[in-house]
Design a protein. Structure first.
Length: 92
């Protein structure tokens, strides 16, 4: 998307996009090289097993996010209920 916007803005002279592509590719390769072999479960990557030791930290993060999302929804429901009660109870 960013490259499309840059191409639109720089239309006749879009040579800068090739430099951006090289920077992106370099950053991508750099981050891939930072992954340690111990962090990769090749059986899980191939889809040969259902559960992996390396999945646990991400599953815990998902469970935490789900709990936070549920608590936020409950709080919003309570606040909307409190607003309705205050509107009803205000008149005499």
């Amino acid at each position: 998307a960013i490259a499309s916007l840059m191409a639109y803005a720089l239309y006749p002279n879009i040579g800068a996009l090739f430099a951006v592509s090289l920077l992106f590719c370099g950053g991508f390769v750099y981050n891939l090289r930072r992954i340690k072999p111990q962090q990769i479960d090749t059986d899980a990557a191939r889809g040969l097993i259902e559960r992996s030791k390396t999945m646990e930290e991400y599953e815990l993060a998902d469970e935490t996010n789900e709990a936070l999302w549920k608590a936020l929804q409950e709080k919003r429901l309570q606040e909307s209920h409190n607003v309705e009660v205050s509107y009803r109870g205000g008149g005499g």
